[in-house]
Write a protein that binds this ligand. Sequence first.
Ligand code: ADP
Ligand code: MG
Length: 375
Amino acid sequence: MDALLSVNGLRKSYGPVEVLKGIDFNVAKGEKIVLIGPSGSGKSTCLRCVNFLEKPSAGEVYLDGERIGARGGRSMNDRQLAPQRAEMGMVFQLFNLWPHLSVTENVAIAARKVRGLSVAEARELAAEMLAKVHMTHRADASPLELSGGQQQRVAIARALAQKPKLMLFDEPTSALDPELVHEVLNVMEELATEGRTMLIVTHEIAFARDIADRVLFLDGGVIVESGTARDVILASLGVRLTSITAAILGLGFIGAAITCTIFRSGFSSIPRGQAEAALAAGLTPSQMIDSILTPQAMRIALPGLGNYAVQLLKDTSVVSAIAAPEIMFFARSMVTSSFQTTLIYTTAAVLYLALSLPLIQATRFLEMRYGRLNV
Ligand code: ADP
Ligand code: MG
C-alpha cells in the first residue's frame, strides 16, 4: 500500500538533548494512527516535525510523495512551507483559536488568504465545516464565549476547512473538562468514518482502541511498540501477551464469571427447607452439601453450563481462535494450493470434531453423574 505520509529516520535535538531518536512510520491513505506514550516521550515533537512547526535535526517526511520542508537539498522557510502545511490540518491541545475573529472567521480566514476564495465562498465553506462539528448555532460567536469542547470543535472545523490530506491531532481532549471530552471524541469518530487520514496523539485509550487501525507507542524518543490497539496498549502497561494467551485469559475470566453465576443460581434456587430437612435427618453440614445441595444445584446448573460450553465452542474467542477458523483457514489454503478439496475438508472436519468431542463428552459425563441419585 502506498503511504500517504512517510516518516523516515526522524530525529530532533534541542541543544544537547535528543528528543526524537530515529522515528520511522508510514500512514496509508484513510488510515487512523494513534500515537501514545508517557509525557515527555516526544509525541508532540514528532507531530510538529511532520508539518515542520519544528524543524527535524535529521530524517525525512513525505506527504503524498512530496518531500516536506526541503527542496533540492535545501531546507525551506516558513513562506515556502506554507502550501505544504496547508495540506495538513492541525488540532492543538489548547485550541489556539484567534480571539479577535468570530467562529466563522476563524474557520474561513485561511480559505480566503491561502486559497483565494471569495468572502461568500469562504463563509459557505465555514458554514459547511461548522455543521460537520455541530457548531452551526455558534457561528457568529466569539471563541471567548465558548466552552473548551466547543472551542476545540471549532478548531477542528478550522483544520477541516483547509481540505487537508492529513489531519494531525495533538492531545485534542487533554485540556478539556472531563464532561466535555466526549463531544470532541464524537466529532473525531465521525471524521474517522468519513475515511479521513488521521494521526492522533491521545491518552484516551478506549477511543484509541475503537478508532485506531494501528497504535504506535513512543517512549524515550523511539517507537517501542507498534500494532493493534490491544497489543500496544497492553505492552505500554508492561503486559506482553500473544493473541492466544490473551484469548485464553479473557475466556478464563468470562468463563469463571459465568460459571459462578450459573452455580450460584443453582444453589440459591434450592428451597431452604431442603437444608433444614437434611440437618434434621442428622446429616453433617458437609454431608448435606455433598448429598443434598450439590446434586440438586448441579441438576439446575448443568444444562446452562452445557449450553455455555457448546456456545464457547461455537463462537467465543479462544475456542474459535484455536479451532474452527484456524482449521478452516488452513484447510482453505491447502485446498487452493493442492485442489484436494474433499480430502482436506474431511480432515478439517475430523480435526474439529476431535477438538470438540471431549468437551461435549465431559459435559455429558457431568450431567450423568449428577443426574441420578447416588444413595
Ligand atoms: P510529549 O508530547 O510526548 O509529552 P514533547 O514532544 O512535548 O513530549 O517533549 C519531549 C521532550 O522534549 C520533553 O522532555 C520536552 O521538555 C522537550 N522539549 C519539547 N519542546 C522543547 C523545546 N522547544 N525546547 C527544549 N526542549 C523541548
Ligand atoms: Mg505533548
